[in-house]
Design a protein around this ligand. Sequence first.
Ligand code: PMP
Length: 432
Amino acid sequence: MKIAPISNELFERAQHSIPGGVNSPVRAFRAVGGNPRFMVSAKGPYMFDEDGNQYIEFINSWGPMILGHAPEMVQQAVQEAIPNSLSFGAPTRKEIEIAELIISMVPSVEKVRMVNSGTEATMSAIRVARGYTGRSKIIKFEGCYHGHGDSFLIAAGSGAITLGVPDSPGVTKGVALDTLTAPYNNLEAVKALLNANPGEVAAIILEPVAGNMGLVLPKPEFLQGLRQLCDQDGIVLIFDEVMTGFRLAPGGAQELYGVTPDMTTLGKIIGGGMPVGAYGGKKEIMDYVAPAGPVYQAGTLSGNPIAMSAGMAMLQHLHSNPSIYNQLESTTTTIVEGMKENMQKLGLNYSINQVGSMFSIFFTEQPVTDFESAKTSDTALFGRYFNAMLQRGIYLAPSQYEALFVSTAITDELVSKYLQANFEALQEAQQQ
Ligand code: PMP
């Protein structure tokens, strides 16, 4: 049984100086109850908290740690870069090397600009798409998350499909009106939006595999259908691969599904754990970015040498070891099959989605294909399950609406531990 008096005390203290005690909302465990654990170190598959508890990791810093924590080659690259200065604010050779490597890995990327987060990448990408097309509106999908840029914090109740409603106070109605929303996997809804807004849509942006409503896979015809609609109407198709980039394949979901967007946004793995994002795409579009073109976007710390060193070491490793992706998929499939077996033994029938090294269990018996079906999950039950897993030393994302990530550090022995915990936690969560 893991108790955490020091974490509890720190959380109490943190709330006096930091809004909600955390620097990013989901870390606060509000959706699942209880207090967050304050971490001190992590190595491989394990993370250790202030109370000395050990956890097996299935969040991996929300995606970046695909090789587990503190992989040798990334740590070493950072250490080697540090003595040369932490920041120059001037160009470096490393920035060209990482750009060239990204271009060689991600099919849609012919030119790329480095930024400092996924949020910056998506905000910049839609600005460029708007500048390039001379149009104002964008289409996004319900349940997709693209960072906290104003244009993306828009809900889509069915009545609000053509009239954007701000999801968050502080997002102006004017901004909301330029964001149109459709249900994920629903091409007909996209067609209807395009018909209602002829010649006005600059970009369609989506997670090609959605990881922010729990894991939701694209239907086979969905990505291809969007590609065709964008081609017909001169719309910029943007795949937000902040989560899926370098995770589902060396070239991300676009490689896995064989659909090439016009622009791609990247984050997480690209920085090897350092704060990095990037956006890239067709030369013709990217040459609209300043100073090559008129669309302004800049960053004091963009292309930071320490971050580039970490990212480069990570990407090089993935690039030269593509068998990692089969290994990750096979580990994850064993986990998912084991969970299904557990549920069968317990007479339960919940929905599990998986692609590559990403998976989610939804506490609903219906298939989950979009945000509406994801929302049929019993989130109170998820909260009990989450806490029962945490007590058994398994660290999951503290929300039903997040995907789980498997790293290469998860061994067969840890899979067995996970599955044993999963069986007990499912049983315990049902009984409460
Ligand atoms: N896009 C996607 C698909 C994401 O999953 C996230 C973060 N989870 C973002 C954008 C935003 O990235 P960041 O948190 O680095 O700003």
